[in-house]
Design a protein around this ligand. Structure first.
Ligand SMILES: Cc1cc2nc3c(=O)[nH]c(=O)nc-3n(C[C@H](O)[C@H](O)[C@H](O)COP(=O)(O)OP(=O)(O)OC[C@H]3O[C@@H](n4cnc5c(N)ncnc54)[C@H](O)[C@@H]3O)c2cc1C
Length: 349
């Protein structure tokens, strides 16, 4: 297969780039940022397997593969390291009481919860335990994928703002960017919330919402939080020994004062919930912009001649290793991946 340009070095573009390059495809990976993961990926809570309890549209068909694909990546790339801690959810447990839990999810009671999270001040009576869930450092994981793509021959160009697709009729010839023209026989758009604008010259219309979400980083005594905790007021997990990530449900403005208040709010919630959190300190707070297509993941060709391909989804930290593998196989063999059947862009006439 000849030259493919991948636009976007978040977790999606990095995974597609890696999986293509390891099959010998000449890949150029372009990103407007100075390094990988400067978009939603770097601001992610990066819980693998949870998907906020929601697997919309075609994500359902990928659900069975995501944990195995992360285990595969761990063996392929030593710098990919998952904290296989399991998760405990009681944020919306009441609402789920009467609906069946997905595979690998179990109801547990107060004593089990206290054993799993011994520092909780007031363990709930019940929670959903997913022992197979894990979490990653999203930036380190994306870096590892980009480095591995490069090691397999990919060209990686940062500070490259892609301004347009270069088309002859409906056929893509490459992309125009702040680093010049990059020729390609195929362009894969993995630019998250930047995708709708790039698709403007194409017949496909892709509604992708940019949904804000708040991520707070804190220092904490190592092991204060042992699993991934999704409680009604926040989600929290240890991303590295002594460093926590915490998401808040509501987002104020992005002003410095508002972010500082959000950080203090996060600290208060943590200290209310966990013994031993007096020494926790806020390291920073950011609002990330999550790319959210309305009907679930959108993955497939967006030009009739199959020269432009798109990959955009929420919960992409969870899904990236699986969709990277499937997309690369599909592009290299020309055979559509059945698992992606329900992810296809719908509006291509
Ligand atoms: C607070 C928060 C918590 C989250 N929690 C989870 C979770 O627990 N589990 C989970 O699975 N997911 C979670 N997500 C969602 C997940 O982070 C995203 O789905 C994922 O990061 C999207 O990856 P991406 O590669 O598609 O997009 P991005 O990471 O945004 O990457 C797109 C890249 O394209 C580049 N780009 C855009 N336009 C251009 C252009 N014109 N030219 C060149 N480059 C361009 C950007 O610089 C960027 O690097 C969370 C997100 C947030 C913000």
């Amino acid at each position: 297969m000849s030259a493919v340009v991948v636009v976007g070095a978040g977790i999606v573009g990095a995974s597609v780039g890696y999986h293509l390059a390891r099959q010998g495809v000449p890949v150029t990976l372009l990103d407007q940022g100075p390094s990988p993961a400067t978009g939603a990926t770097g601001d992610s809570f990066a819980w693998i397997g949870g998907c906020g309890g929601d697997w919309p549209g075609g994500a359902q068909d990928l659900r069975g593969s995501v944990l195995a694909d992360y285990r595969r990546l761990e063996t392929e790339l030593p710098d990919v390291s998952v904290r296989w801690t399991g998760s405990l959810t009681w944020a919306d447990a009441q609402a789920k009481r009467d609906s069946p839990l997905g595979p690998g999810r179990f109801w547990v009671g107060g004593s089990d919860i206290a054993a799993l999270e011994p520092n909780l001040r007031n363990p709930p009576e019940q929670a959903i335990h997913a022992p197979g869930d894990g979490g990653v450092d999203p930036t380190a994981t994306t870096d590892a994928l980009v480095d591995a793509a490069r090691a397999h021959g990919a060209t990686v160009i940062h500070n490259s703002v892609v301004t347009s697709l270069e088309m002859t009729g409906e056929r893509v010839e490459g992309v125009r960017s702040s680093t010049g023209f990059h020729a390609a026989v195929m362009v894969v758009l993995a630019a998250g919330t930047g995708i709708p604008k790039m698709c403007e010259p194409l017949p496909a219309h892709l509604p992708v919402a940019a949904s804000p979400a708040c991520l707070v980083r804190l220092t904490a005594p190592s092991g204060l939080v042992k699993t991934i905790v999704a409680s009604p007021g926040f989600e929290v997990r240890e991303v590295r020994d002594g460093d926590l990530l915490l998401t808040l449900p509501r987002v104020g403005s992005t002003s410095a004062t508002s972010l500082q208040q959000a950080g203090q709010d996060a600290l208060r919630r943590l200290q209310t919930a966990f013994h031993g959190s007096d020494r926790c300190r806020v390291l920073g707070c950011r609002i990330g912009s999550r790319p959210i297509p309305a009907q679930g993941p959108v993955i497939g060709y967006v030009s009739r001649d199959r020269s432009v391909y798109v990959a955009v989804m929420h919960s992409a930290i969870t899904l990236a290793p699986t969709i990277g593998r499937l997309i690369a196989d599909e592009l290299v063999t020309g055979r559509p991946a059945p698992e992606l059947r329900r992810c296809r862009p719908r509006s291509l006439p």
